[in-house]
Design a protein around this ligand. Structure first.
Ligand code: SAH
Length: 471
């Protein structure tokens, strides 16, 4: 270890930045975040640095660096494009034992700026001794996505509860065990979404349970939206809860790559039905969730898209609420957003559509001409986009009904099959021609239908196709 990582307290301490460009600005901003009193010396200032001088957040000393400026400094940074000046600053500061950093010249530095993950009061610093700053930054990016943003509040909450806990649990060992049972598990998940007051209440309740030995594992259910198919469209939270689950109950819409992200030892149970979800199957799913949660398991109910959009998520949660089982809900990117983005069709557009309807094209009674419950006059209004979920089987009916209610046969329409997946297919035409186009192409499920003038924008905005044939 060539360098000892330390966290430096700079609040109200004087720091000198030699140089006034973009790099200097980034360092100045960091120093200000740490509460330092910053002086800058440079003949020319970047507008951002100039602004900080103007509003008196920092001081400008002079045009040129002189060694008296090092007086009483806690830290000095050289960020000029003049190698001679940088060298001089390093030499003089080192001679006075003042920590010095010269940007991009590790050999002239006595301190190095790490890549920082800031969840204050929690701080993570990643350094590479100046030899691979890009690698350190990449590692930082990984940590950023891995550590929930809420950890800042969590750490602060821990601080607030410390005194109270000390009184209740005087033994250091017992307190350590308490915190270990809080962080990284179920209690933590609840704390991440709680307000400070709710958080304190959760900690008190958990403490009470721990002390009375009642801390038997209480099961719970996470209703998680897995998005439209591309695993990269999972949210951080979806991934975290999926990785904590003991049991994963998943639909047919959830691809294997996403299931592979669950814990290796988690039990994965397929509960989806490809076309229709019979009520008996739905009640079995409900019963399974309750059964596993009652057995103390953490259950991830993983659904395609968003669980609250044509996903029967509401019904599943009602069952859990009635059974008194705690649950959390994680939204997902719904198929309409995913398919539209990956097909280059903006769902709203100032010139084409000011409103947007999500409609189910699911036929309730098979063979019947009219789709149950759809407000056709509302669906054919101008200046809107209509997205049909589960409308693939009934596309000919949808097409006929829209036209029967006054929509022009040449209204643009598209069908997106396996949206956001590498095998995605998008076919566009008009509401009059789309049924034949889809049939001729043997479109399969899952498929989504988008109706409206916005579909024409795809000619310009199909970025996936354009990426495959760069100009
Ligand atoms: N809760 C889901 C929708 C479930 S209903 C969501 O928010 O997306 C199932 C219907 O969603 C399918 O019949 C299809 O119309 C649509 N769908 C889901 N994923 C899709 C995908 N990757 N591509 C095209 N359509 C999709």
């Amino acid at each position: 270890m060539d360098l000892l990582p330390l966290f430096l307290k700079l609040r109200d301490r004087e720091c000198l930045v030699v140089g006034g460009g973009t790099v200097a600005l980034r360092k100045i901003e960091l120093l200000l975040e740490a509460g330092a009193a910053v002086s800058v010396v440079a003949p020319e200032l970047h507008p951002g640095v100039r602004n900080l001088v103007d509003i008196k957040r920092i001081r400008q000393l002079a045009d040129k660096f002189t060694q008296e400026m090092l007086e009483h400094k806690a830290l000095v940074i050289a960020a000029t494009d003049d190698a001679g000046v940088n060298h001089l600053v390093s030499e003089l500061a080192t001679a006075r034992n003042i920590p010095v950093n010269v940007v991009d010249r590790p050999e002239l530095c006595s301190v190095i700026f790490p890549a920082i993950v800031d969840r204050s009061p929690l701080l993570i610093a990643v350094g590479s001794n100046g030899s691979a700053p890009v690698l350190a930054r990449k590692l930082r990016q990984k940590l950023e996505s891995w550590i929930p943003a809420g950890y800042a509040r969590l750490a602060a909450l821990g601080g607030r509860f410390r005194q109270e806990l000390k009184q209740q649990l005087p033994a250091l060992d017992a307190r350590r065990r308490f915190w270990e049972s809080v962080f990284g598990g179920r209690v933590e998940n609840w704390l991440l979404d709680a307000s400070e007051e709710q958080g304190l209440a959760i900690l008190r309740r958990h403490l009470e349970k721990t002390r009375s030995g009642l801390e038997t594992a209480q099961g719970e259910v996470y209703l998680v939206g897995a998005g439209p198919g591309d695993p990269d469209l999972l949210s951080f939270k979806a991934l975290r809860l999926l990785q904590q689950a003991d049991i994963v109950l998943h639909d047919y819409l959830v691809p294997d790559e996403i299931l592979a992200l669950a814990r290796r030892d988690a039990e994965k149970i397929y509960v989806g039905k490809r076309c229709k979800i019979h009520s008996t199957v739905q009640s079995e799913i409900n019963a399974l969730m309750v059964e596993y949660a009652r057995a103390g398991k953490r259950v991830c109910r993983l659904k395609g898209g968003d669980p609250f959009i044509f996903g029967r998520g509401g019904e599943e949660l009602e069952t859990l609420a009635e059974a008194g089982i705690p649950f959390q809900v994680v939204p997902g990117i719904t198929a309409a957003s995913g398919c539209a983005a990956y097909a280059g069709i903006p769902l709203t557009h100032r010139d084409h559509a000011q409103s947007l309807l999500f409609v189910t094209g699911h036929l309730k009674r098979e063979g019947e001409f009219v789709l149950d419950g759809l407000d056709w006059p509302a669906l054919v209004r101008p200046n809107q986009t209509v997205v049909f979920y589960m409308g693939f089987k009934t596309l000919p009916l949808i097409s006929r009904q829209l036209q029967a209610h006054g929509m022009a046969a040449d209204m643009p329409a598209a069908i997106v099959e396996h949206g956001t997946r590498p095998e995605q297919r998008v076919l566009s035409g008009t509401i009059g021609t789309l049924p034949q186009i889809a049939e001729a192409a043997h479109i399969d499920t899952p498929a989504l239908i988008i109706v409206g003038h916005v579909v024409t924008l795809r000619n310009k905005l199909d970025w996936i196709q354009q990426g495959a044939n760069p100009v």
